[in-house]
Write a new protein. Structure first.
Length: 256
């Protein structure tokens, strides 16, 4: 089988560095513990389930179910940097990682954890799992039942081309720096949106007033009803599924 080489690469690496491998050649999938209802309690430490995975980001343990600390569960503990993936359900293929030190937290059964083998970099594997090619492989291989599942035997069937460990680390480092910049911009956007919302409240309550070009106050606002500003129209109603499928686009409230 020909080994395809990416068109975009960092300088200093050879084309012969790439080789065709199975996923199981570079990473080992580890299942979590199969917690039952009787294991959970009102106090204890979090169990990380699929719902706690944030897509392409960290985890959220705020609403996790809790269990008592047990030394027999030590091999199912999760640590900062562990790469995780959902193995079942509607979000199968969702990739996440343990983004900080949470103390003692446990891995649930259908949450996969990956450990790199020789020739595999864990950060590269994190990004590899997210790429479209691998995600498409997941969904083409899953059991097309009501509850799709993915397991160790399925990862054996996934083959791809991989560079040397040094180039993997270079790629992962670049993608991590981009992700960090995106996170900073996202936080900045959220702060600006919060600021805008607060300022709008003060403007429309007239707590904040602007002045004209001469430094004078604008006239006081008039007290009117909404109908004085224009006419409102209601949309279509009483339609059934038979009314849709052909014609012009129909905008529903969810699309606004």
């Amino acid at each position: 089988m020909d080994v395809l080489i990416p068109k975009i690469r960092f300088k200093g690496f050879k084309s012969t560095d790439y080789k065709n491998v199975r996923f199981t050649d570079v990473a080992r999938l580890i299942h979590g513990f199969q917690f039952r209802e009787g294991h959970f309690s009102k106090t204890g430490v979090p169990v990380v389930k699929i719902g706690n995975l944030i897509p392409n980001s960290g985890i959220n343990t705020q609403n996790s179910q809790l269990v008592s600390i047990n030394s027999k569960l030590d091999k199912f503990r999760l640590f900062k940097g562990d790469v995780l993936m959902a193995l079942t359900g509607a979000t199968l293929g969702k990739v996440s990682y343990v983004d900080k030190n949470y103390g003692v937290i446990y891995q649930n059964y259908r949450v996969a954890k990956f450990k790199p083998l020789e020739g595999g970099d864990i950060n590269y594997i994190y990004y590899l799992l997210q790429c479209r090619f691998i995600q498409n492989k997941f969904h083409s291989l899953v059991n097309q039942a009501a509850q799709p599942n993915f397991g160790k035997q399925d990862f054996i069937k996934i083959k791809f081309n991989i560079p040397s460990i040094e180039e993997q680390q270079k790629i992962a480092s670049f993608l991590t720096s981009v992700a960090e910049k995106i996170n900073l911009l996202t936080k900045k956007k959220e702060l600006l949106e919060k600021y805008k919302k607060g300022v709008m409240q003060k403007i429309f309550s007239q707590e904040i007033r602007f002045k004209d070009d001469n430094g004078n106050n604008f006239p006081y606002w008039d007290n009117i009803v909404l109908d004085d500003l224009g006419t409102t129209y209601s949309g279509l109603s009483g339609k059934t599924s038979k009314d849709f499928g052909e014609g012009k686009p129909f905008i529903q409230y969810m699309q606004v």
